[in-house]
Design a protein around this ligand. Structure first.
Ligand code: 5CA
Length: 443
């Protein structure tokens, strides 16, 4: 992509309404624009990151054996009357009436709809287990939308739903999502800690939130420091094998959100030097709620003994759009974002120090072509802005590597590579710089 053709409305001023660094940087770097309270347009730079996050979430759902589908954003109120949640959900639900005076709502979550779909087609224990997911926009009319995409009203969620014969089988589905989440957040450059959590309006009695520790987080959390460094099980995990040890290793140590916190237990179970009480960002939340929806909605299957019983269900959410804020909270400095390579909007930023100079333009073009061919998705700053401005913009948008090409360097056959995360600079021949960037040698 050439910057001259791209749409990157960078702001010089720090927007007054933004209270936390990720929100400020997303506005300043031209990633999002607020269209109404808690409702954002995703500008091209932000959209590229959102798509990358979404793709990693998708790949890890698929790896765990979940199956993708897509449900609509609008739902019939009658479906929610079946579960009893139409009245129970309260003012967070955006209610809509169509021209036929039918009550609709903009889905805040999809338990009812997926249960309706499941029951329409499934009759027997032979149809189980099933693990389905979609990545779709949700709407919750939050009382206090704030911190940009962290607590939006319209936000992108990955929500998965499991259907099993009994509690023991449902536990296996729960464990799959638990392990998949650890791998997902690790690929996104985050250290997520699973914590015992309250179930809120989703319901059920087994639940974990996945929390990124951050000063600007909305939740108060308590955990054992050793959990933070435990890492993920790894992409070679056998999701058809026994995942209980993976879960047990992470639930043996104390970790709880505010609502579930028990300070006496925390102190008894956690040596003082390992006790962390901090703030955190909830990037995922998983629930096992048994027959809470399948019973009232009559989603039953015939068991091997010939009896019909409601299926056991769980639901598993990831805040895809919130993750972008969480990643910036974890990876930035005073000059801007520092994207992990896995989600960077572009792989390399090429800075042309003298746009219009035929030789420099050509050298930039050649580097651009080679890096494009290598799949590095370069962004070429071919504008006539001053060098200082170009450096500042490149730092702000936080691409992992910068390749700086100017007439003076070219005379000596040199170009410069800057590693955004460390500030390290390497001076080398342009051909070497391109070759090494292409092979990922600076990672
Ligand atoms: N049905 C269940 C799981 S699929 C559910 O809705 N769970 S949830 O309410 O915990 O939401 C799942 C995830 O969505 C949360 O962990 C959080 O990361 C994200 N999320 C929830 N509310 C918002 C919001 N207002 N803005 C941005 N992300 C949100």
């Amino acid at each position: 992509m050439r910057l001259s053709r791209f749409f990157l409305p960078v702001l010089k001023e720090v927007p007054g309404e933004a209270q936390i660094v990720s929100h400020r940087l997303m506005l300043r770097a031209g990633m999002i624009r607020q269209e109404a309270a808690g409702i954002y347009a995703w500008l091209p730079l932000g959209h590229r990151v959102l798509k990358k996050i979404e793709q990693i979430v998708r790949e890890e759902q698929d790896r765990a054996g979940a199956v993708e589908m897509l449900m609509p954003t609008l739902q019939l109120a009658d479906l929610w009357r079946e579960s009893g949640r139409y009245d129970a959900y309260g003012p967070e639900m955006l209610r809509i009436v169509d021209r036929h005076e039918r009550d609709l709502l903009y889905g805040p979550t999809n338990e009812e709809m997926i249960t309706e779909i499941f029951r329409a087609y499934s009759r027997s224990y032979k149809d189980l287990p099933k693990l389905l997911y979609h990545i779709q926009w949700k709407f919750r009319d939050e009382r206090r939308p704030r911190f940009g995409v962290m607590r939006g009203r319209e936000f992108l969620m990955k929500d998965a739903y499991s259907f099993d014969l009994d509690e023991a089988a449902a536990r296996m589905s729960y464990n799959k999502m638990f392990a998949a989440y650890l791998n997902t957040f690790q690929r996104l450059g985050l250290k997520a800690v699973p914590m015992r959590a309250d179930t809120g309006p989703i319901g059920g009695d087994l639940s974990h939130e996945f929390i990124i520790l951050a000063e600007t987080g909305e939740s108060e959390v308590f955990c054992d420091a050793r959990l933070v460094e435990m890492g993920a099980p790894g992409l070679d995990l056998d999701f058809d094998g026994d995942l209980q040890p993976v879960v047990d290793a992470r639930t043996a140590l104390y970790a709880a959100t505010d609502e579930m916190h028990d300070s006496a237990r925390f102190e008894a179970e956690t040596p003082a030097e390992h006790r962390v009480s901090a703030r955190g960002i909830e990037v995922g939340h998983i629930f096992y709620f048994g027959t809470k929806y399948s019973e009232p909605m009559k989603a039953v299957v015939t068991h091997p003994d010939g009896q019909d019983r409601p299926v056991h269900m769980g639901s598993y959410g990831v805040g895809v759009s919130r993750l972008m804020g969480a990643i910036i909270e974890a990876h930035h400095d005073e000059n801007g974002c520092i994207w992990p390579e896995s989600v960077a909007p572009f792989g390399v930023g090429i800075i042309n120090l003298k746009a219009g100079d035929a030789e420099t333009d050509q050298a930039c073009q050649d580097a651009y072509d080679a890096l494009t061919l290598a799949g590095k998705e370069p962004l070429l700053d071919d504008t006539d802005a001053r060098a200082g401005g170009k450096f500042a913009t490149m730092d702000l948008i936080g691409l992992p590597y910068q390749l700086v090409i100017g007439p003076r360097g070219l005379k000596e056959g040199k170009a410069e590579v800057k590693v955004r995360a460390t500030g390290e600079r390497h001076e080398l021949s342009l051909a070497d710089a391109v070759a090494r960037l292409a092979e990922g040698a600076f990672s």
